[in-house]
Structure formats: C-alpha cells, structure tokens
Ligand binder design. Structure first.
Ligand code: SIN
Length: 330
C-alpha cells in the first residue's frame, strides 16, 4: 500500500530526554536521544508513513536561538519543495515550542503540513507521552485536512494553531492550550478531525514567507510589568541598543502612569514599542493615547510571540504603520 513520505526533524527536548530511572519525570536531561533511535522504539510508524529523519540539533529548548529557527525554516522549505515529501514533523522541547512554531508559521513557503510535537515526560518514563504524541503528529502530517492550516502543534491528542497555542502548565500532560480560541481539532486513533482554523495570515500568505532570512536580527527585549516596579529596565534596554521592546503590561495593556512618558520618548527616539499583556488570555484594545504616541498594539498575541513578530518586522525594515498592520493581520 502507498504510504506518504514525511521528513522528521529532531531538535531535542523532553521527547528526547533521559532520566536515571522510569519513575523520574521531573529531574532529567532533555535532548539526549537521537531522533533515529527515538523512532526505532515506535515500529508502528512504519505502517503509517515512510519516514526520513534528520537531527538538526539535540538541545533543551531553553537553548533555542533565532539562528536555529532560521536553520530549521530553511531546511523545512528545502524539504517541502521536494515532490516526494508530503509533510514535516519537528520534535521540539515544549518550553519554547510555541515561539519556534509561530516563527515557522510566519516564514514557511509551502501549504504542506508542518507539525511540531513534544512531550512532557522523558522518553525513559513509564507512560511517557512522547510515543503517542509522535504517532498523532505523523497522522496529522499525512492528513489532507492539514494542508494550508498553517503550522500546527500536536500535543495530548489535540491539534493547535501555532499562533494561538501556549504552554500553560509547567508539568502536566495537558500543558498546551489555546485559552481563548480552543484547539483546532483532535486526533482520535487514525482520525484527524478539524473543527476550525486560524484566519490570520500564515505560510504562503505571510509577508515574511519569501524573505531571505539572514543570521543577524534586531535586538527586541521584553519588559514584564509588576506592581511597584522601577521601570529602569526600559532605560537600560534602550541604552544598550534595543530596537524594539515588547511590554507585558497590566490587564488591557496598562502601565504605571509615570512610565507612559518614558514610552512616548522611546518611540520618539526610534525604539519600536509593542504593548501586550501579562494576562494569559484576551486582547489589547489600542486606546487613543497609545495610537497617538505610535505604540503598537499586540492584539491577542502573548509577549513571547509578539517579540517574534516584531523581530521579523524590524528585520525587514517595516515602518510603524506597516508594523501595526502586520500585528493586525498575522
Ligand atoms: C525543553 O523544552 O527542551 C525541556 C522541556 C520539555 O521539552 O518539556
């Protein structure tokens, strides 16, 4: 029987992690097992798809860099241009999976399925979730229903859009959610079921899908607001060359009143300021004052994803109006 060919890229994470014994699920080393050895433990995959593998890196995803994201993007674009490869699965650590997924969602030049998958328990644990997550990810990658849905994340039997998904639990198997919008669908045995899809621009429609990404990026920092903070971080960041700052503000993008003047001045002197929220769900509604001062509104993007979008916008020399439009559409 004809089986579709999938390229599986290993980057490390808990899915490739090893602990000293099978009951240890918290203290372990991520990124220890090679992707080829990992799938050798799941022989059933051979009956689902033809799988080629490449180890891109083998790291704890806390160590991911923009350079690795670019390398991954370029490899994925190259593999997807091959007629015989029908989809990509990327095994990735869960800690920064949402950032890599959103970066790829904005920069991939193909409508073929690209699926990121991880695990919350190391491969050596009893009841490790990586095996089932991997099987589900392969089913999603070969499904016709996954075409042109943007980059997808498969965890714990659910399919999520890269733009909306977040890690919302530190250790649980149900660590990934799209708090406001929900999952796109689920994987039930062989059944890949979609119920909705993201309407924001992604892959071929993204204004970043065809760009030639260099390995030098503008510096974009994140400031997390807390009650009574000194706000000297923003001054330090600007002094040290930040081209953009994402503020994880209070509630609906609020900041301490004394801080507002500093933000206005930062915009005047050429630092791009994006207002997001430290609240886990909901969106920032740009107030008149923010609009007048040229502060960009992140909408419902969380601070870490707003940073990825701002880096790409600044890397491609977009002006303030264009950046606001990009945040409203991507
Ligand atoms: C990592 O992100 O590499 C470690 C944590 C995990 O994969 O769950």
């Amino acid at each position: 029987m004809y089986k579709k060919k999938i390229m599986l890229l290993g980057t490390g994470g808990t899915i490739a992690g090893k602990a000293v014994n099978s009951v240890e699920t918290a203290m372990y080393e991520a990124g220890q097992i090679n992707i080829k050895d990992l799938i050798r433990e799941i022989p059933v995959l051979e009956s689902i798809a033809q799988i080629e593998c490449e180890q891109v890196c083998n790291i704890d995803s806390a160590d991911i860099t923009l350079e690795i994201m670019v390398e991954l993007r370029n490899k994925i674009n190259k593999y997807l241009s091959r007629e015989d490869i029908k989809g990509i699965v990327v095994a990735h650590g869960t800690d920064t999976l949402e950032e890599t997924a959103y970066f790829l969602n904005l920069t991939i030049t193909s409508s073929k399925p690209v699926v990121l998958v991880g695990a919350m328990r190391p491969a050596t644990a009893f009841s490790a979730d990586g095996i089932m997550n991997m099987i589900n990810a392969i089913y999603v990658a070969i499904s016709e229903h996954s075409i042109n849905k943007g980059v997808l994340v498969v965890m714990n039997d659910r399919i999520y859009a890269a733009r909306e998904v977040s890690k919302t639990h530190t250790t649980g198997l149900d660590a990934f959610t799209s708090l406001e919008l929900g999952s796109l669908g689920n994987v039930n045995g062989e059944g890949v079921n979609f119920y909705q899809q993201s309407l924001r621009k992604h892959t071929l429609e993204s204004c970043f899908s065809k760009i030639d990404l260099k390995n030098s990026f503008p510096i974009v920092d994140v400031v997390y607001c807390v009650a009574g903070m000194s706000y000297r971080t923003i001054e330090l960041f600007i002094k040290n060359g930040s081209q953009g700052i994402v503020i994880a503000g209070f509630g609906n993008g609020n900041i301490n009143s004394k801080f507002k003047e500093k933000l206005k001045n930062a915009v005047k002197t050429g630092t791009v300021i994006v207002m997001s929220s430290r609240v886990a769900s909901g969106e920032i509604v740009a107030g008149q004052a923010a609009k007048e001062t040229g502060i960009i509104c992140a909408g419902n993007l969380n601070p870490q994803k707003a940073r990825i979008l701002l880096i790409l916008a600044l890397a491609t020399n977009k002006n303030l109006n264009e950046i606001q439009e990009i945040f409203a559409t991507h």
